[in-house]
Design a protein around this ligand. Structure first.
Ligand SMILES: NC(=O)c1ccc[n+]([C@@H]2O[C@H](COP(=O)([O-])OP(=O)(O)OC[C@H]3O[C@@H](n4cnc5c(N)ncnc54)[C@H](O)[C@@H]3O)[C@@H](O)[C@H]2O)c1
Length: 273
């Protein structure tokens, strides 16, 4: 207490803690999803439901999480979150296994590289499905349960490709822009029920999937494009997801946090003086 301010000072680091809470991480098998599962477990989450399309990946991250935390925290779950029946089964089984779903971090999404003039209908529809429509399914199936139990948090992984022009992956950029619009409406509609919804927009992140396809030249070019001089790591995205999930972000909803090493912040002057 000071002479002019007697408002109580909270335990800020305590606001980061997730003890007693249960989370679903969609796409937990590798990359940003794997790191996010670890971030939530390290912050004390009681349960982390590790969702993946691939059974061995779901089992592997669950094993790793339990070993790293020294607790029985992980619940492996196998299914395809782009399918309504799987999304519904996930909601029901995650709630039955954990008691209540306090939050979702949804990492699932992927880009196919095609020019607009050459793009196939199947590519456009696939991008909308994998980046946007599945988020609608999870928002409904998990959101209904969060509203019924008094609140929760949702974090979706978008992309800077949805904030800027996305050459060669326009459908992906359009779908991610839709996802960022989606969290705003989610926040407005579900806020009165205690549910917060946000997005993280990564820049170029050296995930295992990108690592496998990047040439040395592409690594150098992408790293040099950032004012920080390097590409991001999957842990950088997991850190933002943890912040948005935690009570440190208790008054943050409907927003997108850009984690791109400043790439989107700079105007590319064609001439340097
Ligand atoms: N890496 C980057 O540079 C970058 C940049 C911007 C945005 N992103 C976004 O980050 C997210 C993923 O990043 P990553 O490279 O760490 O992940 P990834 O694609 O390597 O892994 C995602 C995991 O999700 C699983 N998965 C895929 N489809 C699924 C489905 N239908 N149902 C359940 N599980 C499914 C996969 O098996 C995999 O284990 C995506 O949304 C991507 O669009 C990545």
């Amino acid at each position: 207490m000071t002479a002019s301010d007697d408002s109580p000072v909270p335990d800020f680091l305590g606001r980061l803690r997730l003890e007693g809470r249960s989370y679903v991480v969609a796409g937990a098998g590798q990359g940003m999803g794997r790191m996010t599962a670890h971030a939530l477990a390290q912050a004390g989450a009681a349960h982390v439901v590790c969702v993946d399309l691939e059974e061995d990946r779901a089992a592997d991250i669950a094993r790793e999480l339990d070993e790293a935390s020294g607790r029985s925290v992980a619940i492996p779950w196998v299914g395809d979150v782009t399918r309504r029946e799987d999304a519904a089964r996930l909601g029901a089984e995650a709630e039955a296994a954990t008691g209540r779903i306090d939050g979702l971090v949804d990492i699932v999404g992927m880009a196919r590289w095609q020019s607009i003039l050459e793009m196939e209908d199947e590519t456009f529809d696939w991008e909308i499905d994998i980046c946007l429509r599945h988020a609608y399914l999870l928002s409904q199936e998990l959101g209904r349960r969060m509203v019924a139990s008094g609140g929760g948090t949702m974090v979706f992984i978008a992309s800077v490709s949805g904030l800027t022009g996305a050459p060669m992956h326009a459908a992906y950029g359009a779908a991610k822009a839709g996802l960022m619009a989606w969290v705003q409406s989610l926040a407005v509609e579900l806020g009165p029920h205690g549910v917060r919804a946000n997005a993280v927009a990564p820049g170029t992140i050296l995930s295992p999937r990108m690592d496998a396809v990047f040439t040395d030249e592409q690594r150098a070019a992408n790293g040099g494009n950032s004012p920080l001089g390097h590409m991001g790591e999957t842990a950088d995205i997991a850190s933002a997801a943890l912040f948005l999930t935690s009570d440190l972000a208790a008054y943050v909803t409907g927003r997108t946090v850009v984690v791109d090493g400043g790439v989107d912040a700079k105007f590319p002057y064609p001439v340097t003086l």
